[in-house]
Each structure stands twice: as structure tokens, then as C-alpha cells.
Design a protein around this ligand. Structure first.
Ligand SMILES: [Zn+2]
Length: 445
């Protein structure tokens, strides 16, 4: 009886969603909830935890657990796809102390959070063997945390954890080979539908960006569905297209289309592997009884009818300038790195875009007087900064000549840094970032 009472008290003290006390396992503190295994980096500094609570670690883990369970329920509802733990295992979420830690330790320099295979540590692999873990895991961090877990998403109407969770449901319950545009678009769409901000407002801004993008560069956005396009704006387009599709014909119809879509070998002129216009056309005819051309006309008509506001124009310029990546790449070289970080956090701390604040950051980081070098920091972080620029170039710069020009510049700058010529290094590096870390059509080298 007494044991029962102690047990009952213990259960009361734990959060409603936790199933066991946190335990240290390798580099991680592991915490099991109804449908998740939360792994928190074991050396997370105390100020990152839930201060003001009698047990800051426990309180932080509970906060994360609650937000994950809520997000998963919302996503299941939006997609009408239930996720069974018995069938697919619990979802592991690996949480680093900060964005910087996360990017360095996962070598994912342009990411705010991502989904990947489980890490290869003996403890995690042993648990995976019991069938209690999904084979995909989420990697995230504690920075910019409106609710439990954070992440940054420039110009996109969403939070990152619901985005990554959607990927897990997509990969587990739908699977198959899909265009990256729609895979990302689905995550953008669902995460926007499952949060508190009205969708019209969110997709309104995205649609403005896309309209301005089409006016500036005249791309055939629908060709993004073939999976063979530039990576610029694929998240925005994917989200906007699915939102349009769902509003017009229903999300069930979209999922029907998406399930049937399968990657195929293509003639090399387009790209070697992807989704042909013929396949897209066939599926639209089969599911919507209209052709690809009609879908294109309707979607572009919808974009054209979007009204451009001053805020929309400003936020478009902000996204095109890739301020986030510039800030991250330049941060190590700034005298007032802390000040800049504070401002940047303010911009993203609601997880949403604010044109006024963005304009301030843009102005601040565009002023060369704000840069100096701290030799020690540069020496320590130069490899990471270079890695970020390289990731950016290989992901977003379409023109191969510009990419190799950047690579040449980077090698020169590496030499300059190695020789300790920091002032020269700084000028060259800042120049390079400002000239090339942009989504605008690449300047000719
Ligand atoms: Zn994604």
C-alpha cells in the first residue's frame, strides 16, 4: 500500500507525458515520453534550461515533451494520417544546446533543424534493434525557442519542429521517391496549418515573395515540380502550391496525387532522375480531370491576383539577400558579435518575419564599419565559416562558373588567414559574403 502511494506520488510529480526519469546515456540525457525519445546534449549549460524551476533540467524536458506531443497530434489532424508507435517506433529528437553547436556537430551548416538516420552510437543502435525507434530522427537545438524547441526559418510561415515532424510522417507513412519541392512544400504547408497564426496571412506573404520572384527572374515555377530546378524558393513554392491545391481541391486530393507520384529516369536534357511533365500531366488528369497546363494557369492566376504590400516587398528583399546566412557567416568576425546576435534573435524569436526589425539588421550588417577581426576567433572558426559559404554556393548558386570562382576566392582567403594576415582576410571575406550570399541572380565573376 505504501509502495503504491509512493508510486502514485511519483507519477503525480512527473509530467503527464513522461514515462521514465531522464537518464544519462553516452553524450546525451535521454527522456522517454508517449511517442518520443528526447535526447538532450548532456553538457547543456544551465542557463539554457528552464530557470526559475526547482528542477530546471526536468522542467525543460517536460516543456519539450509537451510541445512535441502537441505538434504531432496537430500534424496527424491536418493530414488525417495517424502515427502508430507500436507499428513504427517512437521518434527520437536530438537536441543540441545552441544553433552553433548543432551546426558544427552535425556538419549541417545551412540547417536550422533536419531529419536524418539515427546516429551510430552503441546506445541508440541497441535501442533501435528492439524496434522501439523510428529509423529517422530529428536533429534540433535550443536557440530561438518560442515553444520548447527552436529553429529559424527565414521568410517561411512556419516553425521548424512541426516541419521536421511532417517529414518523419511523410517518410514513414507515405515514403517513395518524391520531388524535393513537394516534400519540403508538404512540411511547410502542414507546419503552417498546425500553428496558431491564420493561414491566409502566412501564405499571403509567401505568395507575394513568389509573385515578385517571377517578376524579377521569370522562372517557370511549375517546372519546380519536376525536381530538376534551382533550389531557390523551392520551400516557398512547394508550400504555396500545396496551399493553393488544398484550398481549391482539398488536401485529400493532394495526398492522392502525391502518393501516386513516383520518381523516374528522364531524358538527360532535363535532369537524369526526376518527375516528367508527362507524368505530372497524367496524374492531374487522373485526379483533377484537368491538364498540367490548366493547373499552371490557375496557380499563376492566383499568384498574379496577389497584392504586393510594402511589408511584402521589404521581406522579399530581405530573403533575397539571405541575411540569415550572412549573419551566421560573418558573426565570428564582428567586434559586436553579441549585439548583432541579440538583434538577430529579436528578428526571429517569434519564429516569424518582421520587416521593421529585418530592415534594422540589414542596415547594421551592411555597414563595413561594424566589422573588425579578432585573430583568435578567426583562427578558431575560419574552417566553419568557409564550410558555410561552400554549402551555400553548392546549394543555391545555379551557375557552375560562379561556384568555381567562389571556390578559388575561398582558397586564396584560406591562405591569407593561415598566414595571419587578418585585416586582409577580413576585407576579402566580407566582400565575398556580400557579393555572393544572395538569392539574386548570380553576379558574373
Ligand atoms: Zn524540410
Amino acid at each position: 500500500m505504501r509502495r503504491l502511494l509512493v508510486l502514485a506520488l511519483g507519477v503525480l510529480l512527473w509530467s503527464a507525458v513522461a514515462l521514465a526519469n531522464p537518464i544519462v546515456e553516452g553524450d546525451w540525457v535521454r527522456y522517454e515520453t508517449e511517442r518520443f525519445f528526447i535526447y538532450l546534449w548532456k553538457d547543456t549549460p544551465p542557463e539554457r534550461l528552464a530557470l526559475g524551476s526547482p528542477d530546471p533540467l526536468q522542467a525543460k524536458l517536460d516543456e519539450i515533451a509537451l510541445s512535441l506531443e502537441t505538434d504531432l497530434r496537430n500534424i496527424e489532424q491536418v493530414l488525417q494520417l495517424p502515427y502508430s508507435v507500436q507499428q513504427y517506433g517512437k521518434i527520437a529528437v536530438f537536441v543540441y544546446a545552441s544553433l552553433e553547436d548543432y551546426q558544427q556537430k552535425t556538419r549541417c551548416y545551412l540547417c536550422a533543424a533536419h531529419v536524418s538516420a539515427l546516429p551510430n552510437t552503441p546506445e541508440v543502435q541497441a535501442l533501435a534493434l528492439t524496434g522501439r525507434l523510428n529509423r529517422y530522427a530529428i536533429y534540433a537545438h535550443l536557440d530561438n525557442t518560442p515553444r520548447g524547441l527552436g529553429g529559424l526559418s527565414i521568410g517561411l510561415p512556419q516553425e521548424t519542429i512541426p516541419h521536421e515532424l511532417t517529414h518523419i510522417l511523410d517518410l514513414t507513412l507515405i515514403g517513395g521517391s518524391k520531388p524535393v519541392t513537394l516534400r519540403e512544400g508538404l512540411a511547410v504547408y502542414v507546419s503552417s496549418k498546425s500553428d496558431a497564426v491564420p493561414d491566409d496571412e502566412q501564405f499571403g506573404v509567401t505568395d507575394q515573395h513568389l509573385k515578385l520572384f517571377v517578376e524579377a527572374e521569370n522562372p517557370d515555377l511549375i517546372s519546380y515540380l519536376t525536381g530538376c530546378s534551382s533550389r531557390r524558393f523551392i520551400y516557398n513554392f512547394g508550400g504555396s502550391f500545396i496551399n493553393f491545391f488544398a484550398t481549391r481541391w482539398g488536401i485529400e486530393r493532394f495526398l492522392e496525387f502525391y502518393q501516386l507520384l513516383q520518381g523516374e529516369r528522364l531524358p538527360l536534357s532535363l535532369c537524369s532522375y526526376g518527375f516528367s511533365f508527362e507524368q505530372l500531366d497524367r496524374l492531374f488528369q487522373q485526379i483533377l480531370y484537368i491538364s498540367l497546363d490548366e493547373v499552371r494557369r490557375e496557380y499563376l492566376g492566383h499568384l498574379n491576383a496577389t497584392e504586393i504590400t510594402e511589408d511584402g516587398q521589404r521581406s522579399f528583399d530581405f530573403v533575397m539577400d539571405q541575411i540569415f546566412n550572412r549573419v551566421i557567416a560573418l558573426k565570428h568576425l564582428l567586434i559586436e558579435g553579441n549585439e548583432l546576435e541579440r538583434i538577430t534573435r529579436e528578428v526571429w524569436n517569434t519564429g516569424r518575419f518582421n520587416a521593421e526589425k529585418a530592415a534594422y539588421v540589414t542596415k547594421y550588417i551592411s555597414d563595413p564599419r561594424n566589422y573588425t577581426v579578432d585573430a583568435e576567433r578567426v583562427a578558431r572558426t575560419v574552417q566553419d565559416s568557409f564550410q558555410r559559404v561552400r554549402s551555400f554556393a553548392s546549394t543555391y548558386i545555379d551557375d557552375p562558373a560562379t561556384r568555381s570562382h567562389i571556390e578559388l576566392k575561398l582558397r586564396e582567403l584560406e591562405q591569407v588567414a593561415q598566414q595571419g594576415r587578418y585585416e586582409e582576410f577580413k576585407d576579402g571575406f566580407v566582400d565575398l559574403i556580400f557579393q555572393y550570399m544572395t538569392w539574386r541572380r548570380s553576379p558574373q565573376p
